[in-house]
Design a protein around this ligand. Structure first.
Ligand code: AMP
Length: 279
C-alpha cells in the first residue's frame, strides 16, 4: 500500500494509473476508521480496479467553536486497517499542503446547505464541497463512495458533481450500526458510558417513527412530538433538529406522502450525533 502526503505525489500516481487504464475508486474520510468506513471501501473495491482512501481532518469544514483540535486521530491504526482491506493508496496530507498561505478558492452551493446541519454549522458544507472538489482533482477517481449516514453531505456532493461536471460516479453506502442500533461514528469515542446509553435515543426514535408510519400515521407534527419525547426522556440530551423533508431538495414536509427523509441531530453531553432514515 502506497502512502502519499502531498497533492502532487498523489496526483502523479493517479495519472500513472489512469494511463494504465485503471479505474480508481475514492473513499474520503477524516480517519479514526470504523466498520462504516470499511464498508465504503468494499463498495469502492467492487466497482473499481483499485481503491484510494483519503484521511484528512479538513479544517475548513469545522466552525470556530467546533471540535477540530479534539477530533480523534490514530493514523497508525487507520493505515493498518486500510492495508488489511486491500487499499492501494492512502492520501493523508497536512492541512498546510491542502490550503497554502495564499489559499482563497472555495466551492459553495446555493440551496442544499440551507437546511438540517447547514443551519447550525454555517461554514460546514462550503468546507466539504471545497475539499471534495480538491480531492476529485488530486485523486482523479472514476467513482467515489460516501455514507448515507451523512445524508445531506451525500446530497451536496451529488449536486456539486453534476453542477461542476466532475466525471465521477457518486455512490452511497448504507448506514453501518453497532449491535444495539447506534450509528457508527468516529465521534462516538467522545461519549462517556452514561452518554453512550443515552445516544441510543436517536436510532430508537427512528425505529419508533418507522413503525408508526408503517401503522398508517402520516402527520409529521405528531411524529415530531413523539420523537422529541423519546429523545428528551434520556439524560444529557439536547435536540438540534428533528426534520422530515424531501430526500432530494431537503425542503421540510408536513405529512408523509411520497418518500420522506427523517433526519436527527442531537447533542449528547457535548457530542453532536446525527442519524437518519428514509420512509
Ligand atoms: P467521516 O470520517 O466521519 O468524515 O466519514 C467519512 C465517510 O464515511 C463519509 O462518507 C461518511 O458518511 C461515512 N460514514 C461515517 N459513518 C458511517 C456509518 N456508520 N455507516 C456508513 N458510512 C459512514
Amino acid at each position: 500500500m502506497e502512502i502519499y502526503t502531498t497533492p502532487t505525489g498523489m496526483q502523479a500516481q493517479s495519472l500513472n494509473w489512469k494511463r494504465q487504464g485503471k479505474r480508481i475508486g475514492l473513499v474520503p474520510t477524516m480517519g479514526f476508521l470504523h466498520e462504516g468506513h470499511l464498508s465504503l471501501m468494499d463498495i469502492a473495491a467492487a466497482h473499481a480496479d483499485l481503491v484510494v482512501v483519503s484521511i484528512f481532518v479538513n479544517p475548513t469544514q469545522f466552525g470556530p467553536s467546533e471540535d477540530l483540535e479534539a477530533y480523534p486521530r490514530n493514523l497508525e491504526r487507520d493505515l493498518a486497517l486500510c492495508r488489511e482491506r486491500g487499499v492501494a493508496a492512502v492520501f493523508t496530507p497536512e492541512p498546510s499542503d491542502v490550503y497554502g498561505p495564499e489559499y482563497q478558492s472555495y466551492v459553495s452551493l446555493e440551496k442544499l446547505p440551507n437546511h438540517l446541519c447547514g443551519l447550525s454549522r454555517p461554514v460546514h458544507f462550503r468546507g466539504v464541497a471545497t475539499v471534495v472538489s480538491k480531492l476529485f482533482n488530486i485523486v482523479l477517481p472514476d467513482l467515489a463512495v460516501f455514507g448515507e449516514k451523512d445524508f445531506q453531505q451525500l446530497a451536496v456532493i451529488r449536486r456539486l458533481t453534476a453542477d461542476l461536471n466532475f466525471p465521477v460516479r457518486i455512490m452511497g453506502g448504507p448506514i453501518v450500526r453497532e449491535a444495539d442500533g447506534l450509528a457508527m461514528s468516529s465521534r462516538n469515542a467522545y461519549l462517556s458510558p452514561e452518554e453512550r446509553v443515552s445516544a441510543l435515543c436517536l436510532s430508537m426514535a427512528l425505529k419508533h417513527v418507522a413503525s408508526e408510519v408503517e401503522k398508517g400515521e402520516r402527520d409529521v407534527a405528531l411524529l415530531k412530538a413523539s420523537t422529541e419525547k423519546i429523545i428528551l426522556s434520556r439524560p444529557h440530551t439536547e435536540i438540534d433538529y428533528i426534520a422530515f423533508c424531501d430526500p432530494q431538495t431537503l425542503e421540510a414536509v408536513d405529512s408523509i406522502g411520497g418518500p420522506v427523509l427523517m433526519a436527527l441531530a442531537v447533542k449528547v453531553g457535548s457530542t453532536r450525533l446525527i442519524d437518519n432514515q428514509v420512509f
